[in-house]
Design a binder for this molecule. Structure first.
Ligand code: ADP
Length: 161
C-alpha cells in the first residue's frame, strides 16, 4: 500500500528549509501533497496561486509530489483528500511548542490524523519564510536561502535600491 502524506504550510514563499523537508519526506513517504494554506486573515506576500506555482517550478516534474492549496481547516482538507498523515518540519525548540499545540488540536478534531515531524539540518534551521520576506523587502540577498526561482521573483518584487 502506498504511503502518502500532506505537507501543509503557508509557503510564503517556499524556502530551502521547506525543500529540505520535502526531500526528506520523500524518503519516508511514497507521495507528498504540498498544500498551500490560503488563510484570508493573513496578508500574504504572494497569492496562493503564485505560491503554488513557485513550488511547482522549484520541485520540478516529480510524479511523487502534488502541489495543491486549501481554504479552511486542515482537518477538513485531510478528510477530503483521504490522507490522514501530516508532515511538518521542526527547526528549533521555538517551533516545538506551536507544533505540539497544533498537532494535538488537529488530533482532537480528527482522531485518526497523525502528525510526523522531520528536523532540518544545521544548514536551514535559521531560515523562515518570514525572515526571508523581511530580508528581501529591505533589498538583502536571499541567494542560498530560497530556490533560484523564488530568489528571482523576490528580486523582481523588491528591486535593490
Ligand atoms: P514558515 O514558518 O517558514 O513561515 P510555514 O508556515 O510555511 O513556514 O511552515 C510549514 C512547515 O514547514 C512548518 O512545519 C514549519 O515548521 C516547517 N518549516 C519551515 N521552515 C523550515 C526550516 N527551515 N526547517 C524545517 N522546517 C521548516
Amino acid at each position: 500500500m502506498a504511503r502518502d502524506a500532506i505537507y501543509p504550510g503557508s509557503f510564503d514563499p517556499l524556502t530551502n528549509g521547506h525543500l529540505a523537508i520535502i526531500q526528506r519526506g520523500l524518503k519516508l513517504f511514497d507521495r507528498l501533497v504540498v498544500a498551500v494554506a490560503n488563510n484570508p486573515q493573513k496578508q500574504p506576500l504572494f497569492s496562493a496561486e503564485e505560491r503554488k506555482q513557485l513550488i511547482v517550478e522549484a520541485v520540478g516534474k516529480d510524479p511523487r509530489v502534488e502541489v495543491d492549496s486549501f481554504d479552511g481547516l486542515l482537518v477538513d482538507y485531510v478528510r477530503r483528500k483521504g490522507i490522514p498523515t501530516v508532515l511538518r518540519g521542526l527547526r528549533a525548540v521555538s517551533d516545538f511548542e506551536y507544533e505540539f499545540q497544533l498537532a494535538n488540536m488537529n488530533r482532537k478534531l480528527l482522531p485518526t490524523l497523525e502528525s510526523v515531524f522531520v528536523m532540518t539540518g544545521e544548514d536551514y534551521f535559521f531560515v523562515s519564510a518570514k525572515l526571508v520576506r523581511e530580508v528581501a523587502m529591505f533589498g538583502g540577498d536571499v541567494t542560498g536561502l530560497v530556490p533560484p526561482v523564488v530568489a528571482d521573483r523576490l528580486r523582481a518584487r523588491f528591486p535593490r535600491r
